[in-house]
Design a protein around this ligand. Structure first.
Ligand code: HEM
Length: 462
């Protein structure tokens, strides 16, 4: 039954953001701020200019680039000038090591080719029932628990991990899930130390205070993934069409060798981590914005009731939920789940008159691109209608790019969008979200964009 609803727009919503330093900081203050929240070390000019170059004696040059034509040039990488940064490789050297996210050249290409079939459009529809099921399980839990304040960030991490495990591993959610989730969380929260050491030009043999914690978390995560692989092998399933089956059957096109065990672990861990953390953050921030903007919540609820009713969302219905999609897109503009991308030039290059040496950090701070003063009207305002088709047509590709651009663009983009729409639509149909009018979560970069202090929201099952 269609219900008429009266929509009362609330006052404009300017959700929490950060206050950048007015000028580039001297090295010691840069380092201090970086450890707390790397976004707080990026100067205000980066939100206003095409690019900003920072040279600190003894440390690598940093170029923050925000102009869409320049970021597109870096990310498309037509002249093979850029590779993944030593910083990213160093940060992940203990955990996902040489997998598809961190490798370059032929090593990267064949791993990406092996994974590509799992993310083809023809495969994606098949994942939707598992997504809808995981969403329904969570909303049933909410119903059982009754109205109460919940750590929504935690709930989102649990449900997205469950989706990735059910869809990528034929055996469903493994016993090792908790270890991988918790160690992953610990690993990401200690990473700024490793980043800072690299940015200061400090050698790898010089330990920093987070070395032990990083080592411990990565050893535990990797043994958990090894256990999953061993169990899969013991089960005798050799031609499984799930991710692990594909990886086990993959052959290097040049040598015909199978993927060595260490590389198998790198990639399975990459997919489990990259495939749940980011989507969890997209949903966490979306629900926060909806809790602050109840009239958007009502619009989504009406849309879902009209298109889906009380059933599970099907693949075909996903494209019929444009309001849900607009809210998600605007949430990922204001709070990009991966807030920073970076590359390193292998040769020096000229950036509009500035010489950028080989080995520099060329940083594309999505957080700043998505809130750039010269690119967006009222950039800090929550306004999902920016993504109405007639308005979105004018947005250049490299001005809004939560999934990146070019050959290294997110392999899981379509999967993630589908998943986020199915989950968000189900949650808003089945529950109401409210905030306590006190918690103003600062967005804090820990590879993914977290809400400082977590995301407590009042959940009222409907
Ligand atoms: C809202 C969810 C997601 C966001 C915002 C996101 C964002 C990104 C971004 C920005 C990159 C490019 C990094 C760069 O160029 O440096 C990337 C790469 C990647 N993402 Fe995602 N991602 C999401 C979900 C997923 C999912 C669901 C999967 C897998 C199931 C996944 C797997 C990967 C992998 C493997 C790469 C590396 C690709 C390569 O280097 O060839 N991501 N992601």
């Amino acid at each position: 039954m269609n219900q008429a609803s009266v929509i009362v727009p609330s006052s404009p919503l300017y959700p929490p953001t950060i206050t950048p330093p007015e000028v580039p900081l001297p090295l010691y203050r840069f380092a201090w701020r970086f450890l707390g929240n790397p976004l707080l070390a990026i100067p205000q000019q980066v939100y206003q200019d095409r690019f900003v170059v920072l040279r600190n004696p003894g440390a690598p040059t940093i170029a923050w680039i925000t102009a869409p034509d320049l970021t597109e040039r870096v990310l498309q990488n037509k002249d093979n000038l850029f590779v993944k940064t030593p910083l990213e490789k160093r940060v992940f050297k203990r955990s996902i090591r040489e997998g598809v996210l961190t490798s370059d050249g032929p090593e990267w290409r064949w791993q990406r080719r092996v994974m590509a079939p799992l993310f083809r459009h023809s495969e994606l529809g098949g994942y939707v029932p598992a997504m809808a099921e995981a969403a329904a399980e969570l909303t049933s839990r909410w119903r059982r628990d009754g109205a109460r304040k919940r750590a929504i960030d935690q709930d989102m991490a649990d449900v997205t991990f469950s989706v990735i495990a059910r869809t990528m591993l034929a055996g469903g959610e493994p016993d090792e899930s908790e270890t991988i989730k918790q160690c992953g969380e610990r690993y990401l929260s200690r990473i700024p130390w490793e980043m800072l050491w690299e940015l200061l030009g400090l050698p790898e043999w010089l330990p920093h205070p987070a070395v032990l914690a990083l080592n411990r978390a990565s050893t535990q995560m990797r043994s958990a993934v090894r256990a999953i692989i061993n169990r899969h092998r013991r089960s005798g399933v050799s031609d499984a069409q799930d991710l692990l089956g594909q990886l086990l059957n993959a052959r290097d096109p040049e040598t015909d060798r199978p993927m060595p065990d260490d590389l198998l672990i790198d990639n399975l861990l990459t997919l489990l981590m990259a495939g749940h953390e980011t989507t969890a953050k997209a949903l966490t921030w979306s629900l926060y914005l909806l809790a602050r903007a109840p009239h958007w919540q009502n619009q989504i609820r009406d849309e879902v009731m009209q298109v889906v009713g009380n059933s599970s969302i099907s693949y075909e219905q996903i494209s019929q939920l444009p309001i849900t999609e607009r809210v998600l897109k605007e949430a990922m503009r204001l709070y990009p789940p991966a807030p920073v991308m970076a590359r390193t030039p292998v040769r020096e290059f000229d950036l509009e008159g500035y010489n950028i040496p080989a080995g520099s950090q060329v940083v594309i701070p999505l957080f700043c691109v998505h809130r750039h003063r010269k690119l967006w009207d009222d950039p800090d305002l929550f306004d999902p209608d920016r993504f109405l088709p007639e308005r979105a047509a004018d947005i250049p590709r490299a001005q809004y790019m939560p999934f990146g651009v070019g050959p290294r663009t997110c392999i899981g983009m379509s999967f993630a969008i589908m998943e986020a729409i199915v989950l968000l639509a189900t949650f808003v149909r089945d529950a109401e979200f409210d905030w306590d009018r006190v918690h103003m979560p600062e967005p804090i970069s820990r590879v993914t964009l977290r809400p400082k202090g977590g995301m407590p929201l009042q959940v009222l099952p409907l």
